[in-house]
Design a protein around this ligand. Structure first.
Ligand code: B16
Ligand code: MG
Length: 221
């Protein structure tokens, strides 16, 4: 019977809720350049890399082509400074309910745990949230070719951990992330709204609802 060897967790929206801070930092920058964004627009930035998010904001404001590559990098850096300042206050209390229990159960079963986030700030968050001891590997999105929805981030985790993608489970809250997991040939656990997560193999409303036995039995079907 096919067994699961690696769980690859997305960060924002699965382990902790940092999307509000991403949103506020982008809103701050967007206002500086005369673009208005709201929370519903922010849904389109979930799981999307920093520079790709900026491109979506510029397109939204009709400003595509207005900035050079270097100027865009500077804008993205400014957003990141504001974001990092905001999340620097994160502590264990910012973990979603049930995350540590889930990690402990996976470890008991000998299943490895990786973080497959689009965020370059994932290592910092892992430290602040106090979950470093459970994590076997954190993908550095700068070391992979393409961001989500491309499969690269998830494939990198499998490659470094020496696990065949068909023995991996990915957990995501964003449409782009579920697409990335499926493109990697992995089993996808979706967190959140079943409409948004429609391509996932199994869906739970929140991280605390993830039932490992249910995931493993569905995985083997
Ligand atoms: P950074 P995830 C993603 O995290 C966020 O959902 C997305 O809004 C953000 O732009 C992206 O990380 C990059 O983050 O600017 O910190 O490198 O959901 O893939 O964990
Ligand atoms: Mg996410």
């Amino acid at each position: 019977m096919k067994s699961v060897e690696l769980f690859i967790f997305d960060m924002d929206g699965v382990i902790t809720e940092s999307s509000e801070q991403h949103y506020l930092a982008w809103k701050n920058l967007a206002e500086e350049i005369g673009v208005a964004i709201d929370r519903s627009f922010n849904e389109r930035l979930k799981g999307i890399s920093r520079l790709a998010s900026l491109d979506r904001i510029l397109e939204h404001g009709g400003l595509e082509g207005k900035f050079t590559r270097d100027e865009k990098k500077q804008l993205a850096n400014r957003k990141n400074q504001v974001y990092v300042e905001m999340i620097s206050q994160f502590r264990e209390e910012n973990l979603f309910e049930g995350v540590v229990e889930l990690f402990k159960r996976l470890k008991c079963r000998g299943i490895k745990i990786a973080i497959g986030s689009a965020s370059k700030n994932a290592p910092m968050l892992v430290k602040l949230l106090g979950i470093e001891p459970y994590i076997d590997y954190i993908v550095n999105p700068e070391e992979v070719g393409n961001g989500k929805p491309a499969p690269d981030i998830f494939l990198k985790a499998a490659e470094i951990m020496g696990v065949d993608p068909c023995r991996c489970v990915g957990i995501e809250d964003a449409e782009a992330g579920v697409k990335a997991i499926k493109a990697a040939g992995m089993f996808a656990v979706g967190i959140g709204n079943s409409q948004v997560m429609k391509e996932a193999d199994i869906i739970f409303a929140e991280t605390k609802d993830i039932n490992i036995d249910e995931v493993l039995s569905r995985f083997c079907q």
